[in-house]
Design a binder for this molecule. Structure first.
Ligand code: AKG
Ligand code: FE2
Length: 358
């Protein structure tokens, strides 16, 4: 697979009016073409301070002693801390695990985590819960717009992603990728290793928050080459109060829309310019994986646009690479629809069957 090193240009969408069908169409176009887009930081529910604060908490956590992190080691429900090289997102192609640490938070209830927290974060429980709630709010705007783009009732997706109606698979995740100069990355070999292996995300949509000067994300283009994704699109770095949130479609939403929305493969690397930089930085990201309420049945969506896509393409087959298990509209006679929870479990089993310490 070639690496073009030509940065991809993705649209930046203003989501300040989540009821505007024209914005919905623009979002649908980007989701169907690239599976990735930016949302303009101004139209979201976040201030620059909210985002800075979340990154501050993440730094505090990753700088804390391993003995503290170990008190909340990741469990099979996908919540908790995973250490350096614990996760291998692309086991077929990686000789070693990802060069990263991660901390996953599942649903909060009334501001309270439903999992053990390390002592570095316990004083900040409600702040993390608030940030997760803002993420969910922004996802609702995006889901509204995607519904409008598909010419469906605008709350079709959003109403099925409301954590107040039941548990969800949504995860807020802090990630830390040490710089190329760190002891943790001494064994990294260019062209052999990656900081996070190639993968697609599991849920409906993902929000990715990045910091200026900490590049690394690449997406697989429809032409089959790796293209870096700029942290700040365009040539006006001061146009945004904080880097626009990168949004991508996950496997579940791709499955639900019979492959019309693309769940695009992506990975994290050390870009060459970073390897040559006299002052390479660690990469910190904050990610929100938005999932429907667990019991949501993934029935065919009421969209003529999806139905036409299904007719044109013949629908996703059972072993289709994306969507894992075919599309929601290609259900075999006599079979009941998958629930959101079952879809997620099948994807987690496929990834962590290899590496997760039970
Ligand atoms: O940290 C990043 O840039 C990407 C993270 C990611 O793709 C993931 O955790 O699924
Ligand atoms: Fe991802």
């Amino acid at each position: 697979m070639s690496n073009t090193a030509v940065p991809i240009e993705l649209p930046v969408i203003d989501i300040s009016n989540p009821h505007d069908p024209a914005v919905g169409k623009a979002m649908l176009d980007a989701a169907a073409k690239y599976g990735f887009l930016y949302v303009n930081s101004k139209g979201t529910d976040f201030t620059a301070q909210d985002v800075d604060h979340a990154f501050g908490l993440s730094r505090k956590f990753f700088a804390s002693p391993v003995s503290d992190k170990e008190t909340c080691r990741i469990t099979p429900n996908n919540r908790g801390w995973s250490g350096m090289h614990t996760e291998t997102l692309d086991p077929e192609h990686q000789r070693t695990g990802d060069f990263k640490e991660a901390m996953n938070f599942g649903d909060f209830k009334n501001g309270k985590a439903q999992q053990p927290l390390p002592t570095s974060l316990t004083p900040h429980e409600s702040e993390i819960a608030d940030f997760a709630q803002l993420c969910n709010k922004t996802c609702k705007r995006i889901l509204n717009l995607l519904s409008l783009g598909l010419e469906m009732p605008e709350d079709f997706f959003a109403s099925r992603h409301d954590p107040s109606s039941g548990p969800t698979g949504s995860i807020l995740r802090f990630l830390w990728y040490p710089s190329i100069f760190s002891p943790e990355t001494a064994s990294y070999k260019h062209d052999k290793d990656v900081r996070a292996g190639a993968h697609s995300d599991y849920g409906s949509i993902t929000l990715l928050f990045q910091r200026p000067g900490q590049p690394g994300l690449e997406i697989l283009t429809p032409e089959g080459s790796w293209a870096p994704v700029p942290i700040i699109p365009g040539d006006q770095p001061d146009a945004f109060p904080f880097p626009p949130i990168l949004v991508n479609i996950g496997d579940l939403l791709s499955y639900w829309t019979d492959g019309l929305l693309k769940s695009t493969v992506h990975r994290v690397v050390f870009p060459l310019e970073e390897q040559r930089s006299p002052n390479p930085q660690d990469r910190y990201t904050v990610v929100y994986f938005c999932h429907p309420v667990d019991t949501t049945e993934l029935v065919p969506v009421p969209s003529q646009i999806v139905a036409e896509h299904r007719q044109k393409t013949g629908g996703l087959k059972g072993d289709a690479a994306v969507g894992f298990g075919g599309g929601a509209g290609s259900l075999e006679p006599g079979k009941r629809p998958l629930t959101a929870c079952e879809h997620l479990e099948s994807r987690l089993a496929a990834t962590y069957g290899f590496t997760k310490e039970a």
